[in-house]
Design a protein around this ligand. Structure first.
Ligand code: 5GP
Length: 196
């Protein structure tokens, strides 16, 4: 009988615009653990380059609701600032975990909290842009932003920082290779410490 360690969930969130997908692509190219992806479902319409079943499962609101009622989702939410639903399908995650794979979820803060409740050993990582002071220095240094815009950006950064406290790891994306390396280090460290 083959025995393997059960897989783990790796949840990554972060504000849009910090280059999350670029960093995660880099992590997956040379992952230190058997890292699988998960295709989410959404009610938002596909963008021109997106393919159904690859980027997302694009569902009608009725189909999404039907699957939600059937208990098909591990978590699903209306993502802040967008009127559409997004959700992680159990069928994308559970078979891979059972096969010993680590499953990467790129989801919002609400989804991450739900996952952490259901899977307390999920690895939660918040990818962020830097400290509020650093962002302020950068915005003021440009000398092109209005005070109202600076304040708006800083408020947004503060609420993201507050949300990031709920994550086990915080990674600053100051440089794509460095941030990807830090995430790889977190994963290999966890694998080493895991009971097989
Ligand atoms: P986009 O519409 O730009 O592809 O994604 C918008 C946001 O939805 C991103 O912040 C992404 O993290 C989040 N998201 C994508 N899939 C899921 C999911 O399955 N569940 C949750 N909660 N958020 C998701």
């Amino acid at each position: 009988m083959t025995r393997h360690a059960p897989g783990r969930l790796v949840v990554v969130s972060g504000p849009s615009g910090v280059g999350k997908s670029t960093v995660l692509r880099r992590v997956r190219q040379r992952a230190p653990v058997p890292l699988a992806g998960s295709v989410s479902a959404t009610t938002r319409p596909p963008r021109p380059s997106e393919v159904d079943g690859v980027d997302y499962y694009f569902l009608t609101t009725e189909e999404f609701e039907r699957r939600r009622a059937a208990g098909d989702f591990l978590e699903c939410f209306q993502v802040f600032g967008r009127e559409h639903w997004y959700g992680t399908l159990r069928s994308e995650v559970e078979p891979r975990l059972a096969a010993g794979q680590w499953v990467l979820l790129e989801i919002d803060v609400q989804g991450a909290r739900q996952i952490a409740r259901e899977y307390p050993d999920a690895v939660t990582i918040f990818l962020r842009a830097g400290s509020v002071e650093e962002i302020e220095r950068r915005l003021r240094g440009r000398n092109t932003e209005t005070e109202a815009h600076i304040q708006q950006r800083l408020n947004q950064a503060r609420s993201e920082m507050a949300a990031s406290e709920y994550y086990k790891y915080q990674v600053v994306n100051d440089d794509v290779d460095r941030a990807a390396g830090e995430i790889r280090d977190i994963l290999s460290q966890l694998e080493k410490n895991q009971d097989v």
